[in-house]
Design a protein around this ligand. Sequence first.
Ligand SMILES: *Cc1c(COP(=O)(O)O)cnc(C)c1O
Length: 615
Amino acid sequence: MVDYGIKFWGNDDFFIEDGLIKVNHKTNPALIDIVKEAREKGFRGPLLMRFPHLIKKQVDKLFNSFSKAMKEYSYKGNFHAVFPLKVNQMPHFVLPLMECSKERSYGLEAGSKSELIIAMAYTNKNAPITVNGFKDKEMITLGFIAANMGQDITLTIEGLNELETIIQVAKEMGKPCPNIGLRIRLHSIGSGIWAKSGGINSKFGLTSTELLEAISMLEKSKLLDKFTMIHFHIGSQISDISPLKKAIREVGNIYAELRKMGAKNLRSVNIGGGLAVEYTQHEGCNHCNYTLSEFSSDVVFSLKEIAKNKKEKEPDIFIESGRFISANHAVLIAPVLELFSHEYDEKALKLKDKNPPLIAEMVDLYQSLSEKNAIEYLHDSLDHMESLLTLFDLGYIDLQDRSNTEVLVHLIIKKVISLLKHKNHHDILKIQERVQERYLLNCSFFQSLPDYWGLEQSFPVMPLDRLNKKPTRSASLWDITCDSDGEIAFNSASPLYLHEVDVTKEEYFLGFFLVGAYQEVLGMRHNLFTHPTEFSVVFNEDGGYSIKQLLEAQTILDVLDDFDYDTKEIERILKQKIEESALLDEDGKKEILGRLYIMLSENSYLRTIISDQTQ
Ligand SMILES: *Cc1c(COP(=O)(O)O)cnc(C)c1O
């Protein structure tokens, strides 16, 4: 059995049983059954499933881990967390997140005015709001409005000009003034693809010189008592813990020094995000070299040591983990529409009475294939194909011969794979790179996995069923955009094997996991594909689940409307063209118009899975 590396990336959220991948919660429904239920309601195309219980699971893990570390070291500061909204702003994520963390000091982090409005509306009572990113006077004023509402809000300053604006707004609006945080430009640097947010050349934060200047500005304007937090963020998906440890030491010392300089209300160290998620499906290819408990212990221990050495009080710890909290709650399901080589069956072979010698030889190879000679004959036939394609280019064979060549090669590949199915995987491995199958998926990678396209971030992928059968095809995945970047290519270092299925007769679904962080809002409407139909799988008291918060993929007209097309005009023009068409009689016009209207009210993912009954 192939487990698609679930033991590396699965986080115990899912497990495999009876050939199916199941949710590791309550009644353990199989993902495929949830998919079927959604499809029975009429939803086609890709589906995005959310699992609110997995949001709670991560929040609990984070708090429990820090609370354990703090207890272990008798740490005297408190622990608080905020979720950075840029990682997932979707209401069907944010609202369940706030709901499940009501009892905790868990708030929201905002990086723009719109995000701040979400934070002001939905942060739980007494939970903190932090504001990062570049701020103008209006955004700072919003912070004062939040403070006036009684929110516990901290504005983190990225540069001295922002501090000047705060001082100015404080004069205009008076009390209450939000708490002020200073973002520090660290000397240490993160690692991983996202490591641009930290380091001496980073886009954000104050240098030591600017820090000193900031303190003196705060003092002069009598706002030093509002300065409560220092902050850093060394980048996302920090795969190696050592730069993080260095950064904590650096920031811990800055904390102690600033307190000694008179910043007596400085009480919190905000360590930003960066906590990594394990995405790998393959042994030895880890994306992360530490555990959460190692991480929390290191943070607590380092800050405790520094406080002790410098005789300052142990700071409250704030964390802004986004990826760690949200990645695993969402799964993208993509129906397989087609296997590229599927059209090459024996019926497609149209041999002539007299065939070119190489083709005759390939027919021979095909017929006399056996387990023993499989690899050798496969290589021969691949060589023959190369020669035959050259002969075609030179004009020596015709299109029918070329088609027969393609069909024969595919027939031979399939027969070889099926002959070797029960043998050592090694034999199959040897040929996989040359004989991949392309699986066409009813989804858009640009829309649903943008980090794959932009950063080559890989996501765990696996079929939802048939897991008790050995997958035999080395697979590359293609989406339905007409962009050649819409491909997840086969990689022999971390190969993907899928099952040989006839999708005209049976359905086959792939799940992409850990897609709940960053993907949704970064997704783009390339080719005007909209977001997938999404819903939450909510477990009830009795253990069963219900499909809730369903949000259908946008219709074609809605998408065009979003792009500021005048959709009324589009409808009018199309209708007029049909009505004026000389090719149609009155009944024909009505019918064509009816068909067109139905399509305009559907989304643009493909509806047919080849045959009509499975649609
Ligand atoms: C993006 C960001 C985060 C979240 O980082 P993750 O790696 O997703 O945890 C936290 N804080 C700040 C300031 C950020 O910009």
